[in-house]
Write a protein of this length. Structure first.
Length: 330
């Protein structure tokens, strides 16, 4: 088991992050539970105006009231789901353990299983789609899968990456006027200027695990983030990098960063361990750091039309103020 999977387990309070968490049957559906919204959730995104979150036991939840109330979707798995991506209000994909890929065409209300590979014994960790046809899923041990028909067929193209040690690939994102960017274990960085047909390996200024990457509102600008509060910013699609210093309560921030979102007003929000919530209004050049009183591990974030944050991680989904604090603590 490589370092990035171990660290993700520690970040989220899991005893293990492994595809050994088996369902009772390959085609089992997630059990409907009134406690699903308070179980471990790893990612949250928008599907149009709807919010969709994914996590443990195959739980996929959706909200049509800005995140105040959540309903459980019908999902054909009980495995841990690690990431979700919607290309429009209706069409989305989720990935998780057993290299599973699920798809929805009704805004996340119901899902079908498109792909599964039990022989990999490793999870997929992120997913991105250009449109309803072309997409990529990445994961442990250097997995890179692609589809050109909306997921009816998936092809393993891991050999396109110069990743001989099969380091884990943790996150994939699109960068405006640049292309696709992947980050992973041991500071791994890969970029593609032709929508994933070819990839270039970059020299990373940081050799610890990077758990996420996000493009900003500015051309060729992106942030990569990971262990111990390490946050890197590039304005030239990864040619050069600046290390962004983050203030903590007792010196530089040491909390591992696990998730990020670009809000509709251009604000960047990052979240991580110990209830850390970071906001930037200058395209990621500097951040204000807030710490939730409950110190829960956070792994995903997005915003709603009211200026509130929807936070997911340990203990499920929480609605927070603009700085991430519990609404009652504003």
């Amino acid at each position: 088991m490589h370092l990035s999977i171990v660290c993700l387990a520690a970040l989220l309070g899991l005893t293990a992050v492994s595809s050994a968490v088996a369902a009772t049957a390959a085609d089992s559906y997630a059990i409907e539970s009134p406690k699903a919204a308070t179980s471990l959730l790893l990612d949250v995104v928008h599907a149009g105006q709807r919010l969709v979150a994914v996590g443990d036991h195959g739980h996929i939840l959706y909200s049509d009231d800005q995140g105040h109330n959540w309903q459980q979707a019908k999902v054909p798995t009980r495995q841990l789901l690690t990431a979700v991506y919607f290309v429009d209000a209706q069409h989305g994909w989720a990935v998780g353990h057993d290299a599973q890929i699920l798809a929805s065409s009704d805004g996340g209300q119901s899902w079908t299983k498109q792909f599964e590979d039990l022989t990999r014994e490793a999870p997929l960790l992120d997913v991105w789609f250009q449109d309803q046809s072309t997409g990529f899923a990445i994961g442990a041990y250097g997995a890179l899968l692609t589809t050109t028909d909306g997921g009816q067929h998936w092809q393993d193209v891991s050999e396109r990456l110069d990743n001989q040690d099969q380091y884990h690939l943790n996150a994939i994102a699109h960068v405006a006027q640049g292309g696709l960017f992947i980050v992973g274990e041991a500071g791994g960085m890969f970029r593609s200027r032709d929508v994933g047909l070819s990839w270039e390996k970059l020299e990373s200024p940081y050799h610890g695990s990077l758990f996420g990457v996000i493009g900003t509102s500015q051309a060729q600008t992106l942030l990569a983030y990971g262990l111990r509060g390490n946050l890197l910013r590039s304005t030239d699609f990864g040619d050069t990098w600046t290390h962004i210093e983050l203030p903590g309560e007792r010196g530089p921030l040491q909390a591992t960063l696990a998730g990020a979102s670009l809000l509709s007003d251009g604000t960047l929000v990052l979240v991580g361990n110990a209830g850390s919530v970071l906001r930037s209004s200058d395209d990621g050049q500097s951040f204000k750091v807030f710490n939730r009183a409950d110190h829960i591990a956070l792994s995903g974030v997005t915003g709603n039309a009211r200026g509130e944050l929807i936070l997911v991680g340990q203990g499920g989904v929480r609605l927070g103020s603009a700085n991430g604090a519990a609404l009652s603590q504003r």
